[in-house]
Design a protein around this ligand. Structure first.
Ligand code: TMP
Length: 225
């Protein structure tokens, strides 16, 4: 499990999943649940989280189809955004003993740019190590559901669609396979939650997993209350 010297005081928890898996809603619920229990919580997202990283996100999600973004440009921009995010927001928060909840992180890069776009996984891992200076999540929860269900949810919410949402269903199936393969490789760090059911049920299981996991850490964070 990725516990680095730099983050000894805080805990770094990430949420992953295909489009329409409900991550953004669930991360809000989780932040509320942990705050109510007295933890200091920072909720953030990737790509994004700082002004520069959010500017990069805007380029990534809105780039014109007249000049297609190459898979290499996509990966390098995501990694550049991550370096800003890790350096200026995530690591300082972890040093202060905060529980950092991040909507997507490096597992998304492996799933999207590796499994779906076909970039070399070894290269992605090496470049990511540079971007993160070795920071890995302590716990990752994958919200899993069939791609057709997730994409239908996104289509119902047209305003939410971005450049990557508009990729083919086949592309998104590769993304899902990527997340499931990663979770099988690292069962200690990565947990899968079935997201193909009502949001309340997903929320209850997610809260139970995360709260229980925090309580089992060797140096549990003290609640503020
Ligand atoms: P979101 O819709 O979950 O906010 O994510 C924005 C998009 O960025 C989503 O389509 C997935 C994509 N993405 C990657 O392709 N690779 C990455 O490493 C990350 C963090 C996001």
């Amino acid at each position: 499990m990725g516990t680095q010297k730099q983050q000894t005081r805080g805990l770094f928890i990430t949420l992953e999943g295909v489009e329409g898996s409900g991550k953004s809603t669930q991360i809000r619920y989780l932040a509320e649940a942990l705050t109510q229990r007295g933890y200091r919580v920072l909720q953030t997202r990737e790509p994004g989280g700082t002004a520069t990283a959010e500017a990069i996100r805007h380029i990534l999600l809105t780039a014109s189809s007249h000049e297609p973004v190459t898979p290499q440009t996509e990966a390098l921009l995501i990694l550049a955004a991550r370096s800003q995010h890790v350096t200026h927001l995530i690591k300082p928060a972890l040093r202060q003993g905060t529980v950092v909840l991040c909507d997507r992180f490096f597992d998304s890069t492996v799933a999207y740019q590796g499994f779906a776009r076909g970039l070399d996984l070894q290269w992605l891992r090496a470049a990511n190590k540079v971007a993160t200076d070795g920071l890995t999540p302590n716990l990752t929860v994958v919200l899993d559901l069939p791609v057709s269900v997730g994409l239908a949810r996104r289509r119902a919410d047209r305003g939410q669609q971005n450049r990557l949402d508009r990729e083919t269903e086949r592309f998104h199936r590769k993304v899902r396979r990527g997340f499931l393969a990663l979770a099988a490789e690292e069962p200690g760090r990565m947990k899968i939650v079935n997201a193909n059911r009502p949001a309340q049920e997903v929320r209850d299981e997610l809260t139970e997993i995360v709260v229980g996991w925090i309580a089992r850490q060797r140096h549990p964070l003290r609640s503020r209350s």
